[in-house]
Design a protein around this ligand. Structure first.
Ligand SMILES: [Zn+2]
Ligand SMILES: [Zn+2]
Length: 133
């Protein structure tokens, strides 16, 4: 499946042509900072079929925690575009809000519900996990 997208100010654009390996909504506390409070919605795609076609994102890794994810974002508008996780080598995790058409997303699983807030919604069709499956 081809997914095209980019950041809010359009300085950064990407394309992904690989199969979606997983469609996730993540309720972890860390994601809440990035989204503004709601769960994050993400797809996992192969890195070798993902590329930035315009602009170069900045990246950030926390140094005070073990095995931090690397977070990619636009330095001009601040949009969080995706992450690479040491737990998923070879994969890029893209944030659905950066898709040109976010409506194609449907979550398979909800993770880190241990951090779920009372105002978060999980559809009945979505399997939930306190941490990871
Ligand atoms: Zn931008
Ligand atoms: Zn998360």
């Amino acid at each position: 499946m081809t997914i095209s997208g980019g950041c809010y100010c359009k300085k950064i654009r990407y394309i992904s042509t690989g199969d979606i390996q997983s469609s996730i909504q993540c309720h972890c506390r860390e994601c809440q900072y990035i989204t503004g409070g709601n769960p994050n919605t993400l797809v996992v795609v192969p890195t070798d079929q993902f590329q930035f076609t315009k602009g170069e994102p900045k990246s950030f890794k926390r140094t005070d925690i073990e095995n931090p994810v690397e977070r990619y974002f636009c330095e001009a508008c601040g949009t969080a575009i995706g992450t690479k996780s040491p737990k998923r080598p070879g994969s890029m995790i893209i944030k659905v809000g950066t898709f040109d058409d976010p409506s194609v997303f449907k979550a398979d699983i909800a993770i880190f519900t241990k951090d779920k807030q009372p105002f978060h919604h999980i559809d009945d069709s979505v399997k939930s996990y306190e941490r990871r499956p």
